[in-house]
Design a protein around this ligand. Structure first.
Ligand code: ATP
Length: 329
């Protein structure tokens, strides 16, 4: 088990993380999510032992992870940290970069394992190309294979698919995350991208203002976000008063509604005026204002013109599901 206990950290005078507690079982897959600058990368660097903690302790099983003040070579040997800059050897080939940490005493195994990792990152055809000639996305894939070649017990990934195009991202995600699960590699991934979280993470931890503000299975967080901040990490969402959606409801409480959960109606429901519409392929993400001037996002099948008044409805099942988590106005 990985244990992060009461961790706090500051850069100079600026406190970035405060009283962080996390426990991660061996083989578990945890996503750290939160807005840009909330401390995700800092937390990964601290877990890897690249910086000294201000307060708190980190353990992998019984071994304490200590920072550079205690270790000549920072970074725990049983862990690997894949940072946003890839740390590759630019003047040697893709295959040489990947096989650098494999034993030369077993050449057949070295060849087979390098081939397996090249297939995993879908770069078999580039095996003999020098890394400096590759694109940013290709280099990120080599960096992934290079850390996997080292068979870490714990893998820390910082925005692992940030440089990779959408065309490849989905199959690569499946390859890598399934590989990590099959090999029981404990994984912590810091990400903005919900596609790294919902299908693959066993748990998600949400950071905001130095602290953990929510933690749960990703689908639980998605279905019942405790705040607009959490919901907005997954999709466009708005806070709506229940009695505006259902006039018979005798309550002043508000619920969170995702843009795709609204149905547009010509006559009844929450009255909004269209401000702007963004084509999204399958629908138009439509930005509107309600009668109190608050922004409401909804998905519309058609392009609605600026200034058009429409009414929005939400299924009673969705309202009932959210009502448990509703907040008082
Ligand atoms: N080396 C540093 N010196 C001083 N402040 C830093 C340093 N690195 C990060 N910070 C600050 O610490 C805070 C957290 O940064 P961090 O990179 O951990 O956030 P993040 O959640 O990973 O952001 P992003 O999602 O944009 O990568 C930010 O306010 C950042 O400006």
């Amino acid at each position: 088990m990985l244990r992060v206990e009461n961790l706090s950290f500051s850069y100079d005078e600026l406190e970035v993380l405060s009283s962080i507690d996390i426990r991660i079982q061996r083989g578990e897959h945890v996503a750290i999510i939160g807005e840009s600058g909330c401390g995700k990368s800092t937390l990964l660097k601290l877990i890897y032992g690249l910086m000294d903690l201000e307060h708190g302790e980190i353990f992998w099983e019984d071994e304490q992870i200590l920072g550079p003040a205690y270790n000549l070579v920072p970074g725990a040997p049983f862990m690997k940290y894949l940072s946003q800059d890839f740390d590759l050897m630019p003047f040697i080939t893709v295959a040489e970069n990947i096989s650098q940490y494999l034993s030369v005493f077993y050449p057949d195994e070295l060849k087979q394992r390098t081939q397996e990792l090249l297939e995993l990152i879908e770069l078999t055809d580039f095996a003999n190309k020098k890394v400096k000639t590759l694109s940013g996305g290709q280099q990120q894939r080599v960096a992934l294979a290079r850390v996997l070649a080292q068979k870490p017990e714990v893998l820390l990934l910082d925005e692992p698919f940030g440089h990779i195009d959408n065309f490849l991202k989905n199959s690569l995600r499946r390859n890598i995350f399934n590989y990590l699960k099959e090999n029981r590699i404990t994984t912590i991934v810091a990400t903005h991208d919900v596609h790294d979280v919902l299908p693959f993470a066993d748990r998600a931890v949400v950071l905001r203002n130095k602290e953990i503000i929510a933690r749960a299975r990703p689908m639980e967080l998605y279905r019942n976000p405790k705040s607009l901040y959490v919901a907005s990490l997954f999709s466009e969402a708005s806070m709506i008063a229940i009695d505006v959606l259902k006039t018979y409801a005798n309550t002043k409480r508000k619920i969170i509604v995702y843009a795709h959960e609204f149905r547009v109606s010509p006559s009844s429901g929450l009255q909004v005026t269209v401000e702007k519409a963004y084509p999204m392929g399958s629908h138009y993400l439509t930005e509107s204002k309600n009668e109190d001037g608050e922004t409401v996002f909804f998905n519309a099948e058609q392009l609605l013109p600026k200034g058009k008044v429409v009414y929005l409805n939400v299924a009673i099942e969705t309202i009932n599901q959210r009502i448990q988590e509703a907040t008082t106005i």
